[in-house]
Design a protein around this ligand. Structure first.
Ligand SMILES: NC(=O)c1ccc[n+]([C@@H]2O[C@H](COP(=O)([O-])OP(=O)(O)OC[C@H]3O[C@@H](n4cnc5c(N)ncnc54)[C@H](O)[C@@H]3O)[C@@H](O)[C@H]2O)c1
Length: 332
């Protein structure tokens, strides 16, 4: 797998594709990216665009099925290349289609949101929504991931912030990222590279999430619960940000971690720390999360910046923190 992280690297697509020399290529993208970045690709390589509507609800088996049909009509083979151009919705879907069509075609990802560049397009998880989020999916590594920070120039501010939820998570998992964030000025190749490296190091040890990869779920126990309880109105990165604060506060109670370090980063990027949901409802949602361990409350807890532990936490401790955070939000 080749990962290119460089300003302007979208212009190098032709040479990367030429190295693979695929028999036919399609680009899966959406109606938003079609207007912004598709031409960059069409100017360089001969390819067939498959454009789907924009939105999480199109990350579905229905869409996958339509694309499979198109691929058959085009005469796609295992030696053909699927390029996914877009945010995490597109990279998850394109990767899912590539991994399932004829048991796997070539795959290249060009993530265009911060969240997809530092997270969704890295690590080989593919998926579509079915009865729930990401219920159907595979593990499948792309041949290449091309990350061009220039593509973020057209991304709305709220989506940049959304990506920062995950970036701050990497800052807690890794001291180098933390230091970069403390003196942050703007998103650049270097910051993205550091985040990608953290994820790659972890995923290399445990692709299928049987052990170490779980630490990437820092902030996600509560994050997923907030997404679910809000009926996915709260964006993933914002929900994770609140989840990071909850984990930091629980850690403070259990191992004396200084939660101020997390609070400071969240404040620096203008990310939320509090919420208005019923703590008991959140608790219920946490217990049915597909990543929960048989109904037990398992948290990734920071011990210090750069070091976390996976711990089962007593329900009373979780509730106490959730209640306190909620009360705070009422005061504000
Ligand atoms: N596979 C994984 O490991 C993994 C990890 C995290 C998230 N995900 C998945 O990622 C998805 C969320 O991804 P997302 O946050 O990128 O959302 P998204 O793909 O919906 O993108 C957000 C919005 O930004 C638009 N957009 C994308 N790039 C743009 C650009 N450069 N300029 C202007 N607009 C642009 C999109 O069209 C969309 O409207 C979820 O489905 C989630 O399950 C997967």
């Amino acid at each position: 797998m080749r990962i290119i992280i460089e300003k302007g690297s979208i212009k190098k697509l032709k040479s990367i594709v030429d190295e693979l020399s695929p028999y036919k290529t399609v680009v899966i993208t959406n109606t938003t990216l079609e207007k912004l970045w598709l031409d960059e690709i069409l100017e360089q390589i001969s390819t067939i665009p498959i454009v789907i509507p924009d939105g999480e609800k199109f990350k579905s088996l229905d869409t996958a099925q339509q694309i499979w049909k198109e691929l058959i009509e085009i005469g796609f083979t295992r030696k053909s290349l699927i390029i996914g151009l877009g945010g995490g919705v597109i990279t998850d879907l394109a990767a899912f289609v590539a991994s399932t069509f004829m048991r796997g075609t070539y795959l290249g990802l060009i993530p265009t949101t911060l969240l997809a560049q530092v997270d969704a397009a890295i690590g080989g998880k593919t998926g579509v929504n079915f009865e729930g989020k990401n219920i159907i999916g595979t593990f499948y590594l792309p041949n290449f991931v091309l990350i061009d920070p220039e593509t973020l120039k057209t991304l709305p501010e709220v989506e940049i912030l959304n990506g920062f939820g995950e970036v701050v998570k990497y800052g807690i998992l890794d001291l180098r990222v933390y230091k970069k964030l403390k003196s942050f000025r703007e998103i650049n190749d270097e910051l993205i590279r550091e985040c990608v490296n953290v994820k790659l190091r972890i995923v290399e040890e445990d692709l299928r999430e049987s052990g170490k990869r779980r630490i990437l779920n820092l902030g996600h126990t509560v994050g997923h619960a907030i997404e679910r309880v809000s009926n996915y109105k709260v964006k993933h990165g914002f929900a994770v940000a609140i989840g990071l604060m909850v984990s930091a506060l629980i850690a403070e109670k259990i191992n004396g971690f200084d939660s101020g370090k997390v609070e400071e980063l969240l404040d620096r990027f203008g990310l939320p720390k509090r919420y208005n949901f019923e703590p008991k409802e959140l608790l219920k949602a946490m217990k049915i999360d597909k990543k929960a361990w048989y109904g037990r409350l398992v948290f990734i807890l920071p011990e210090e910046i750069g070091k976390v532990a996976i711990r089962e936490v007593d329900e009373k401790v979780v509730l106490a923190v959730l209640e306190a955070m909620r009360d705070d939000s009422r005061d504000n």
